[in-house]
Design a protein around this ligand. Structure first.
Ligand SMILES: [Zn+2]
Length: 213
């Protein structure tokens, strides 16, 4: 497999293109905004090779490019079921809060529940519902990789003070991630890539929540 990261938008969201090497099938994770680099990466992968547009949650900085990517690729938009409504609500997707633009996004074509699985080419992905940053935040997990959205960051975690956020849910979600067996490369929604083994020992939120909840 191959993961390409492209920073998009004013909040420097990490959009990722995952490619299953054996089949060339792809998924795009969190197209927060369309830009030239993202368009070039989609063209390079092949517009018709995308099986899914995967959203880790409904915030505008993760979903702003969904219409254009959907138009280019024809791939279905997927999100955890509890965040589907947020795509259509500018108070929840925060487009009004940050820029005063009350934007709604295309509805999801598919919604996932916790533990659901799907394939990109021959690679199996599992959805882990990880509420805390939003009610329907999720992580997409496959062989050795986690796309963690705004749940887990390198030595940090997502804010829990937006609508639908919950510090206690975040605590449970981080503990669930940490309890996965073995090590994973973690591709977060903002800032740098990390590993689960590193976060188990160095993430202050994981340690704080672990001690206090
Ligand atoms: Zn967010």
């Amino acid at each position: 497999m191959k993961v390409t990261g492209i920073q998009v938008g004013e909040l420097e969201t990490n959009c990722y293109i995952y490619r299953d090497e054996s089949t060339g099938r792809c998924a795009i994770i969190d197209p927060g905004e369309m830009n030239d680099r993202l368009r070039a990466a989609i063209e390079e992968a092949g517009r018709a090779s995308f099986d899914y547009i995967l959203l880790t949650h409904c915030h505008f900085d993760h979903v702003g490019g969904v219409s254009e990517v959907r138009e280019l690729t024809g791939a279905p938009v997927a999100i955890q079921k509890h965040d589907a409504a947020g795509l259509r609500d500018s108070g929840i997707n925060l487009s009004g809060y940050f820029f005063g633009q009350r934007t709604i996004y295309p509805p999801a074509d598919l919604t996932f529940d916790d533990g659901e699985t799907f394939y990109v080419g021959e690679t199996k992905f599992t959805v882990m519902h990880t509420p805390g940053h939003t009610v329907g935040s999720c992580c997409y997990i496959t062989e050795g990789l986690i796309f963690s959205g705004d749940t887990l960051f390198r030595e940090s975690a997502g804010r829990t003070d937006f609508p639908g956020g919950s510090a206690s849910e975040m605590s449970r979600s981080l503990q669930r991630l940490m309890a996965l067996e073995g090590d994973y490369i973690v591709y977060p929604g903002h800032e740098g890539v990390t590993t689960l083994s590193r976060e188990r020992v160095s993430n202050p939120y994981v340690r704080w929540f672990g001690q206090n909840h």
